[in-house]
Design a protein around this ligand. Structure first.
Ligand code: CA
Length: 708
């Protein structure tokens, strides 16, 4: 559904670009200001194929960043979470909003050129662990590629937004979703998907960028041995390397290993690197009762992009049981290590170790803890394997584990400044209390982890205590020395991606509703803009006619459900649509007013509650509701806070959305196949108990979460 806002505006933009090219060719310096310059784009997801997110632009620098102001903003067409990194090519910004929508904007003015809405069915939201977000497009040779939440890889004409081709990467009914950005490597568009918590077998697929023809598919975990080889590409890695590391009947649970975010490409080595996710279910004793590494879970795998052929792998967390994905951003750089120039790959995955690998061979160069880590003591340099700590395996006895499933670092992009020699990581400290589910039974289509989700006790003191265990900070990390250079503490965990520039700056948004610039050498705060929303995705920078812009997509975060019922409230508790905010020196546009009023708080109904029903409701809520509505019913702003929902007022009213599908198109699935009316009433009892116990500390007024 492409909407062409203004073809005339587009033509003028192209004409202006053509004129500036002519002026450049003639060596014109006619302007009294800066000479007409080549526009500096942000052409790929991580700016370059190695995803360093470092810009050589220095017009905005330490000395003048304080003069940065809002130049323009653009409001997304659909509400809910925003995680995108925009791309800027030829003066046009391509950015994605919720529900896989794509917007093309004039990067100088924010004027809308076209919009594309793939019309994802609302019900598909039920298969998304973490809201209906999208992290961006790829742009290549006049085409814009987007993966849609419901599984399509779509190529759009960059000029008009019209569909050029569309390929289904999985059947819509499967519990997979695409939220990551496609990457183009060697003329091949590559896309994966998420869904490991719902019981799927992960893969990535390569398509010819021009025609959309499917070229190959690489499965990250073995299938049912009885089914034979997958038949598309060499079965060697799965048969000879992966299959011997699994046992039991893992294929019944999918096995996991989804590639839902990170990839990077080295064109010289012609290697595509993919980051592979956690096991399905999380509990390894369910998935593979005899143990085993369970390749290629939690691994970085190097592939040939033209064929999908396996080249090497490195597993960060053998036999993963903690949701320790290796899907965090992969970054390529050349570093001087022990007197040698090394082509390295760097990653700060969820498990809390910062890895430096030789990217030609996959061999470990070094790994050190970049955050609080309790599950392993160290990574052995000779074998590349972690030494798992006694007691970290919770399958038989409950365990406190650091980091939690949230990770020491999640999908939020990190940046590398090669001049400063520092990687800037949106890092976290977190602790999970993990208990294996001895009664685990696989339930197709819903959350399946094999871990008891401990219901949050309706006790504000415990909530506050749990929250304090979660900390978030901007970490400057020296990847050669493998040590911290500096850190800046934030009000809480789950902060934004980073951008580094040659102006000596690091840009990052944090969950207190600010977008900041820091001195990359010291971490000193140099500039701060209130943005009211969360800047989670990667900021970018680019120039048009010599003017440098800094852009970031902002929104209400995601439906963040944290272990132990720990949640971060949004800066403002209103169902506001996200925006793109673009800054330049000397601009002073006001931040647009909120589009929606804050939600009203309806007090919970009176009356005695049955303790057994509250407990049962807590367990049901954790299984069926918490992924979208938040632990303890505390929404993060993307969805209504169920504790104060008007539906809570009567049992008859509360049954309508889950059992009659009344809100299906808004993304609330029909749960009648999973829940009976007694279950729904138990969930209502639980929410009433939560409301009574915790509403005074409602999101938006939470002091505990705002302390450093
Ligand atoms: Ca996961």
């Amino acid at each position: 559904m492409s909407i062409l806002y203004s073809r005339a505006a587009w033509r003028m933009r192209c004409a202006a670009a053509a004129l500036s090219v002519v002026a450049l060719a003639l060596g014109s310096t006619a302007s009294g200001q800066a000479a007409t310059q080549h526009d500096e784009p942000w052409p790929q997801h991580g700016r370059d194929a190695g995803e360093q997110r470092f810009s050589p632009l220095a017009r905005i620098h330490r000395g003048n960043v304080a003069q940065l102001g809002l130049a323009w903003s653009f409001q997304f067409s659909r509400p809910r979470g925003v995680e995108a990194t925009p791309i800027v090519v030829d003066g046009v910004m391509y950015v994605t909003g919720a529900w896989s929508t794509v917007h093309a904007l004039d990067a100088r003015t924010g004027r809308a050129l076209w919009a594309y809405d793939p019309q994802v069915p609302g019900e598909k939201a039920a298969h998304a662990c973490c809201d209906v977000v999208n992290r961006g497009v790829a742009v290549h040779e006049g085409m814009v590629y987007v993966g849609t939440l419901d599984g399509r890889l779509v190529a759009l004409d960059a000029r008009t937004g019209r569909e050029r081709w569309s390929q289904r990467t999985f059947p819509i009914e499967e519990t997979r979703t695409i939220t990551g950005a496609p990457r183009v490597a060697h003329g091949v568009v590559v896309i994966g998907h998420g869904g490991a918590e719902y019981g799927v077998r992960g893969y990535v697929t390569g398509y010819d960028a021009r025609t959309g023809k499917r070229l190959w598919r690489f499965y990250t975990v073995p299938g049912n041995p009885a089914d034979g080889p997958d038949g598309e590409i060499s079965d060697m890695p799965l048969r000879d390397l992966a299959a011997p590391t699994w046992n039991g009947r893992w294929w019944q649970y999918g096995g996991g290993g989804t590639v839902w975010d990170s990839m990077a490409y080295d064109s010289e080595l012609d290697l595509l690197y993919i980051g592979v996710g956690n096991g399905s279910p999380h509990n390894a004793s369910v998935r593979s009762p005899g143990g085993g590494d369970n390749l290629f879970l939690s691994s970085i795998v190097a592939l040939r992009p033209r064929t999908g052929a396996y080249v090497w792998h490195y597993q960060t967390t053998p036999g993963d049981a903690w949701d320790y994905t290796a899907t965090q951003p992969i970054m390529l750089a050349d570093l001087d290590i022990d007197g040698q120039r090394r082509k390295v790959l760097m990653q700060a995955p969820k498990n809390g170790f910062f890895y430096v690998l030789d990217r030609a061979t996959g061999k470990l160069i070094s790994a050190q803890k970049y955050t609080a880590v309790s599950w392993a003591s160290h990574v052995d340099k000779a074998t590349g394997r972690p030494q798992v700590a006694p007691g970290a395996r919770y399958e038989k006895a409950p365990a406190l584990v650091q980091p939690s499933q949230l990770g020491g670092h999640n999908w939020q992009p990190m940046a590398y400044d090669p001049r400063a020699g520092l990687v800037f990581i949106p890092a976290m400290e977190s602790t999970a209390y993990m208990v294996g589910d001895g009664q685990f039974r696989f339930r197709p289509g819903v959350w399946n982890t094999g871990v008891v989700d401990p219901p949050m006790p309706p006790d504000p003191a415990m909530v506050a205590q749990a929250r304090q265990a979660y900390r978030g900070y901007l970490l400057a990390w020296d990847p050669v020395a493998q040590r911290e250079a500096w850190r800046v503490m934030h009000p809480g965990p789950w902060n934004g991606g980073t951008l580094a520039t040659a102006g000596g700056l690091v840009f990052q948004g944090h969950n207190g509703g600010l977008f900041n610039a820091y001195d990359s050498a010291s971490g000193q705060l140099l500039w701060s803009a209130p943005i009211r929303l969360h800047a989670l995705g990667g900021p970018i920078t680019y120039t048009i006619d010599g003017e440098q812009y800094v852009a970031v997509a902002v929104g209400l975060g995601t439906s963040l459900h944290l272990s132990g019922g720990v949640l971060m409230p949004p800066a403002e508790h209103a169902p506001e649509r996200g925006r793109v905010l673009v800054f330049r020196l000397g601009a002073n546009a006001p931040l647009p007013a909120a589009t929606e009023p804050a939600r009203a708080v309806v007090p919970p109904p009176a009356g005695a509650l049955d303790a057994a029903a509250v407990a049962r409701g807590a367990a049901q809520f954790a299984r069926y509701c918490a992924q979208c509505h938040g632990g303890g019913g505390v929404a993060t702003g993307v969805l209504p806070d169920l504790r104060s929902s008007p539906y809570l007022q009567s049992a008859a009213l509360f049954r309508v959305p889950p059992l009659q599908g009344a809100l299906r198109e808004r993304g609330m699935p029909d749960f009648s196949a999973h829940l009976h009316s007694e279950d729904v009433e138990a969930i209502r009892s639980y929410l009433i108990a939560m409301a009574r116990a915790t509403l005074p500390a409602a999101p938006g007024k939470d002091e505990g979460a705002r302390q450093p």
